[in-house]
Design a protein around this ligand. Structure first.
Ligand code: GCU
Length: 670
């Protein structure tokens, strides 16, 4: 057979032929599909994937060991499976005698189950004792595209936007369906098509026709379309003099606009809104609150079943004493005043997707409000698409954090999935890393972050390692000789980037504007909180932002036990030390090193981790296809060079401030 091109386009849906026991198991259990819904996507996807894995066509018919169907299917009904609590997305997969049974309430659940079964086959799992019941923990699992209508992707490092607005609604790029399929395969069921820094143009009739064309393509895959709504749209495209949310004329305009959308897209998901943040318009322009603005839009959407995702990433032009405190200060007083179909969308940390942040203090602090998590998949502050950083450990760190509100065990995940406070509707957002690059994400390893986001939105209880194993098996090979070294590269990679960029809780030290490369010296300009010196506060004597009760008191935005822990140097995790404390350079830490020596140690440790990734990857030559092997090798070399750049530039800058010598063994910056 001719060699298949490995250009990354197939993502984790490669389905290359299995070998050995994995092949034998799949042959025995999944060799033909029996269904009464042969036209359904689930059967088609199973046949497509299994044909690849078995190396021959896997038929769809009425006979076969793999039985696929809903409760309406007589063959499924005869099995008396309990499908009642599955909801539209859940499914069961069971071994019953010689048969493998996949059952769900409807087509979407079957489709998710099909991908689960393919994942099992692909990873070489045993297929003869299956007893799986899956229901997603989060209802709306959404991508946020920061895509502009001119196809420029804000913070996108994978080419242009894949939305070809110019040729829509007529031309349907086949890629749209591939996109839907990739997302459905990891459980993503919603997509916000346009940037949070939105232009109102997308809400005009010609663009709504284009949006409707995409929605039609995504619908069979269970994916709904959402749009960012620019708050001032009534002024810009509606001819109204203002956009005051309490003016009935403004509300009426939105009501009509929403009806216009639903006439084209009956399952439209709703609006995402960035208001009164970074210069965007919002209700505060009229002396109104975030709740006034969100509720006005929510009322327009409610009759159609739509939702509002109102972002809590707010900070204003006047520099507060500590930018980390602003979202909490603005939103907590509004707890309980949002409509039922409003979710407040909160970034994982209180500043802005830094390589490492503590969890956002809003989680747990607004029990009467539905809060949703916003993660960034695109690596704005983590080396764009060249540096290898597997982000599941970063997502997990936020999700697993204990808010202690109201008591121990109240994790961020339980706030975000609605279970803690009994909220029915839950959602999660991930800022997409998808673009027109052939490999979608700008690099092979960045595909893993898209994958991990989807898997965690479905089930935040999965471990980073389990997700990485699935992804590696699907994307490269289930062979342990490949899987284990790649896993050993991925798991420590996020910590490595933190170590060489912003060790010990430092943050916001990158180049101004583009956010690439070191810039701890960044100072001046229009806003203090867009500088680095605002955040590191380094002087001859010490370094770090004092957010303790003696400083900005940001710690008091957390529940008592958490605040107490962050308030003391001894109990603050070393990874967050300089986030919460301003410490003398010569202060001795629990590690036995001074602050200065610990910083240097961590820069070096980060670089060493990149060296380690390079060694492991080189050991895989010949086991990975040449194209991807070369791409990863080249990107790792870039990462190695830039890790050194971060370390050298940072060390030289800190020395210019503290005047301290380097400990023996530390190489001086060039
Ligand atoms: C960051 C990012 C911006 C983005 C903003 C947001 O500040 O640099 O490009 O618009 O986050 O999340 O709204």
């Amino acid at each position: 057979a001719p060699a298949l091109a490995e250009d990354g386009y197939d993502l984790w849906l490669r389905f290359r032929p299995l070998t050995g026991t994995a092949l034998a198991g799949a042959e025995a259990r999944l060799s033909a599909i029996a269904t009464t819904a042969p036209e359904g996507l689930a059967a088609a996807e199973l046949s497509r994937g299994l044909s690849g894995l078995l190396g021959r066509a896997v038929p769809i018919g009425t006979e076969g060991p793999l039985l696929v169907g809903t409760g309406d299917d007589p063959a499924i009904r005869a099995l008396r499976l309990d499908l009642s609590d599955l909801g539209p997305d859940g499914y069961v997969i069971r071994t019953i005698g010689p048969r493998t049974v996949l059952a769900a309430q409807g087509g979407t659940g079957l489709l998710y189950g099909a991908y689960h079964l393919l994942r099992l086959a692909q990873t070489g799992a045993r297929l003869d004792t299956l007893n799986i019941r899956e229901v997603p923990r989060i209802e709306r699992r959404i991508l946020n595209h920061w895509d502009n209508l001119d196809r420029y992707v804000e913070r996108g490092y994978a080419g242009q936007s894949i939305w070809d607005w110019h040729r829509l609604p007529d031309w349907h790029d086949p890629r749209y369906e591939d996109y839907a399929r990739a997302n459905a395969s990891i459980g993503i069921n919603g997509t916000v098509l346009n940037n949070v820094n939105a232009n109102a143009t997308i809400l005009t009739a010609p663009y709504l026709d284009k949006v409707a064309a995409l929605a039609d393509i995504f619908r069979p895959y269970g994916i709904r379309v959402y749009l960012t709504a620019r708050f001032s749209a009534p002024k810009e495209i509606g001819g109204l003099p203002h956009a005051d949310p309490l003016d009935p004329a403004v509300a009426a305009w939105w009501g009509a606009k929403v009806a216009e959308i639903y006439a084209r897209i009956p399952d439209f998901g709703g609006f995402l809104v960035k208001a009164n943040s970074e210069g965007q318009p919002g209700p505060q322009d009229y002396g109104r609150t975030h709740a006034d603005g969100a509720n006005m839009l929510a009322d327009a959407l409610a009759p159609h079943g739509g939702i509002v995702m109102w972002r809590a990433f707010v900070y204003s032009d006047e520099v507060p004493d500590d930018r980390a405190k602003q979202a909490y200060a603005e939103f907590v007083p509004l707890d309980g005043s949002f409509r039922d179909n409003v979710l407040v969308q909160v970034k994982n940390g209180p500043i802005d997707f830094q390589p490492r942040e503590p969890f956002h203090p809003l989680f747990g602090a607004m029990p009467k409000t539905k809060l949703m998590m916003e993660f960034q998949i695109t690596k704005e502050y983590l080396g764009f698409a060249t540096h290898l950083a597997y982000l599941a450990p970063m997502y997990k760190e936020a999700l697993d954090a204990d808010t202690f509100r109201p008591a121990r065990g109240s994790t961020v995940a339980r706030v975000a999935d609605g279970s803690l406070d009994g909220h029915g509707l839950s959602a999660m957002a991930g800022v997409a890393n998808i673009g027109s690059d052939r490999n979608w994400s700008g690099s092979t390893f960045d595909q893993a972050n898209w994958y991990a986001y989807g898997r965690l939105a479905w089930n935040h209880g999965l471990s980073s390692e389990a997700i990485a194993r699935e992804w590696i098996a699907a994307s490269f090979s289930p062979d342990p000789a490949v899987l284990e070294p790649v896993l050993a590269m991925m798991l420590p990679s996020h910590q490595a980037v933190v170590d060489y960029m912003t060790p010990l809780g430092l943050h916001h030290l990158m180049g101004r504007g583009h956010h690439y490369g070191p810039g701890p010296w960044v100072d001046g300009g229009p806003r203090a909180d867009w500088t680095s010196v605002y955040f590191h506060r380094a002087t001859k004597d010490g370094i770090g932002f004092d957010r303790t009760r003696r400083g900005s008191d940001a710690v008091s935005q957390y529940a008592g036990p958490v605040a107490d822990r962050f308030d003391k140097v001894e109990t603050t995790p070393p990874d967050l030390l300089l986030w919460f404390h301003h410490l003398r350079w010569d202060r001795k830490l629990s590690t036995g090193r001074t602050v200065w020596a610990e910083l240097l140690h961590r820069y070096g440790r980060g670089i060493a981790a990149v060296d380690d990734m390079i060694t492991r990857w080189q050991g895989l030559e010949g086991r990975i296809d040449a194209a991807r092997f070369k791409e990863v090798s080249t990107f790792l070399a870039i990462q190695r060079q830039e890790a050194q750049w971060w370390r050298d530039a940072s060390v030289a800058y800190w020395q210019s401030i503290n005047g301290l010598p380097l400990p023996p063994g530390e190489a001086p910056p060039p």
